[in-house]
Design a protein around this ligand. Structure first.
Ligand SMILES: Nc1ncnc2c1ncn2[C@@H]1O[C@H](COP(=O)(O)OP(=O)(O)OP(=O)(O)O)[C@@H](O)[C@H]1O
Ligand SMILES: [Mg+2]
Length: 323
């Protein structure tokens, strides 16, 4: 028995090694990795779609996920049989290679952090598989490959586009808590993210999940050694509370701004759909009033119990999800 994954809906496909055409039980799509009767090929047959070789593995590009500040981001699959799904981040300009190397280094550092919670929180940041310069159309471009995390499909930009008047307060609060948890671990590991912006927060609408990407301007941090940001996103310039001597309060403020924005606020001192008590807390966080993410979570939990009652399952409605 082998397990493959449906290229249409991602559900697991079970089939005997001898069987060539496999039908997805969930969506009915047929997977044909070879001709009927032919031996099962060891890799996806070349059908003309774009392939890219990075660090000895060839990836089939399945589609574009996003256009970032400095890179194009694709959804891809390692062509080998049972090859994993990945995210391929392809730098547009070679002069930004240092940023991509920096991101890779900080992701590795966090994945190996001795801080409590690494096993749990490493799953909330991209997992690096490879980083290498690749020749694309005659030009050398730095390419990073990361493991695909199923379900983390929507950035907060898409959430806001889908809910222009703001999400329910319960959704805003679980998003804030998930962000604070990953920031708390990152700060305890001596790393500040620096750019907690809507395009860098990926939401799992059903599982109350949030993942933090875009670590290229992350920096080392300790109580007595604070550094400035090495770059900022022009498009989101007004979202950075500070550029020098940044520490945990900077990340917490940016996370709070994201949460106000997803709640429908058009400025960082408007509540959107948040009830007054929680909105006050968010305003304070957004102006740098909290410098410990762990303690901020406690405050958020206390306040949301008062304003919203006991925590409840509160999925986010997004296209493509039946919840
Ligand atoms: N691991 C991932 N899984 C799914 N989507 C991702 C992932 N990483 C990035 N993306 C998508 O690609 C977009 C751009 O990614 P990212 O912000 O990392 O690139 P960038 O803006 O070019 O570089 P950086 O922000 O690191 O300077 C994100 O906003 C997100 O939508
Ligand atoms: Mg980015």
């Amino acid at each position: 028995m082998r397990i493959e994954f449906c290229s249409t809906c991602g559900a697991p496909l079970e089939a005997r090694w001898s069987k060539i055409v496999i039908e997805c039980r969930y969506c009915g799509a047929q997977s044909t990795p070879g001709e009927e009767g032919a031996p099962v090929p060891s890799s996806i047959p070349d059908d003309g779609r774009l392939r890219i070789a990075v660090s000895g593995r060839t990836y089939l590009i399945l589609g574009q996920l996003a256009h970032g500040d400095s890179s194009d981001v694709y959804f891809a699959r390692w062509v080998r049989r049972l090859g994993e799904l990945v995210v391929v981040k392809c730098l547009r300009c070679p002069s930004d290679s240092d940023l991509m190397r920096r991101e890779h280094a900080f992701l590795e550092r966090l994945r190996h952090s001795p801080a409590t919670g690494t096993e749990r929180f490493a799953a909330r940041i991209p997992e690096p598989i490879a980083l290498s310069p690749v020749r694309v159309r005659g030009q050398e471009r730095m390419i990073a490959v990361r493991r695909w995390r199923s379900g983390f499909l929507h950035s907060l930009e898409e959430v806001r586009r889908q809910h222009p008047r703001g999400v329910e307060p319960g959704v805003a609060i679980w998003t804030f808590k998930r962000l604070l948890e990953v920031l708390d671990w990152s700060h305890r590991s001596g790393v500040v993210h620096g750019a907690v912006l809507p395009p860098h927060v990926l939401i799992h609408p059903r599982d109350h999940g949030a993942m933090l990407v875009g670590w290229s301007t992350a920096g080392a941090w300790s109580r007595d050694a604070r550094r400035g940001l090495i770059a900022i996103s022009r498009e989101w310039e007004s979202w950075y509370p500070s550029r020098n001597g940044i520490g945990p309060e900077h990340d917490i403020a940016m996370a709070a701004r994201c949460v106000l924005w997803m709640s429908g606020a058009t400025s960082f001192n408007e509540p959107g759909r948040l009830p007054p008590g929680l909105a006050e807390l968010l305003f304070r966080a957004s102006s740098g009033g909290y410098d410990e993410a762990g303690k901020t979570i406690e405050q958020v939990s206390k306040r949301s119990l008062e304003d919203l009652g006991q925590p409840a399952y509160c999925p986010l409605a997004m296209p493509g999800w039946s919840i």
